[in-house]
Write a protein that binds this ligand. Structure first.
Ligand code: ATR
Length: 286
């Protein structure tokens, strides 16, 4: 009896990508499953690009999964192949979270939520500014542009080494987005209240960029989507120049919460225990 009830309540979710073995999502979701005492699992599924469409359509056949996370290189395919997608995923052209609803695979992208929720938690009031500078124009930049635009910020400056990619995003996300090359940084940083790095600069001890943050507004905040290392060279510079900083690990933790709720029925909280757990894993693999 207990066994059949457990089977009935049991839910499973996945994260798929290629490669997938370094994903920290299993640590996050299995921590929440244990904390809330829920029967179920969250597992990594290594799926190559050529096999993704078959993996995705098998989900609809009623296998073990309620849904899951999708990461590189499948985010665009997941958005395209889903039976339906919300406005967030539609505009980004990429999905990171899917679930079965009435037998239909439904997709969203929780990165913009993760970005906003992290800043809300670590630096409340961050959105009270008229100007934001976003460095980079790749996939991660899109999520940040959408998030800050949807908080109503008036002027969003996207600065990128390849200016044509920044222009594409300005065309896509609307009139409040302005595109620039790197040479415009000193000018657009004047008086800005938020600076976001969405490039891979500074990741894992890689090449960094020297920046003068003193032109930002005195109560500005600087954040970096790179979270390995936790204090990136860019955050260190900003801190040394007297600016408030928020690291990028919180975005990873917060973006996971809406998916967990869809699959397992509880909105989990992002707290210090979870943060410490993920930092310990980062240190083990440093
Ligand atoms: P993601 O999807 O993670 O955002 P991406 O699409 O490869 O990754 O984008 C990487 C971003 O980092 C781009 O904005 C890239 O600039 P380009 O569009 O000019 O390539 C930026 N980037 C990577 N290395 C850089 C470097 N050494 N200097 C400046 N920008 C860099």
């Amino acid at each position: 009896m207990a066994d059949s009830r457990e089977t009935e309540l049991r839910r499973d979710a996945f994260v798929t990508g290629w490669p997938i073995k370094h994903s920290r999502s299993p640590i996050i979701h299995n921590h929440w499953l244990a904390r809330y005492g829920l029967p179920g699992s969250y597992r990594a599924e290594a799926v190559q690009a050529d096999d993704f469409a078959a993996f995705f359509s098998a989900l609809k056949e009623g296998g073990p999964y309620r849904g899951g996370n999708v990461t590189i290189p499948h985010k665009e395919a997941a958005c395209r192949l889903a039976d339906r997608r919300d406005d967030i995923a539609e505009e980004l052209g990429a999905a990171n979270t899917v679930w079965l609803e009435d037998g239909r695979l439904t997709a969203t992208n929780t990165d913009p939520f993760g970005f906003t929720a992290n800043l809300n938690q670590q630096h409340p009031g961050w959105e009270r500014t008229a100007r934001v500078v976003i460095l980079g124009a790749g996939g991660a930049s899109r999520a940040v542009i959408q998030a800050v635009r949807d908080r109503g910020i008036g002027e969003i400056h996207v600065v990128n080494r390849t200016v044509s990619r920044a222009r594409e995003l300005a065309d896509r996300f609307g009139a409040r987005i302005h595109a620039h090359g790197l040479e415009a940084l000193p000018e657009v940083m004047q008086g800005a209240g938020l600076f976001v790095n969405t490039t891979s600069l500074g990741m894992d001890g890689g090449e960094a960029m020297e920046l003068n943050f003193t032109a930002l507004s005195s109560n500005a905040v600087v954040t970096d989507l790179v979270y390995v290392p936790l204090v990136t060279p860019l955050l260190q510079q900003a801190h040394d120049q007297g600016l408030a900083t928020v690291d990028g690990l919180g975005m990873l933790l917060h973006q996971a919460a809406p998916g967990f709720e869809k699959w397992f029925g509880i909105r989990p909280s992002v707290d210090e225990d979870l943060r410490r757990l993920v930092i310990a894993d980062m240190e083990r693999h440093a």
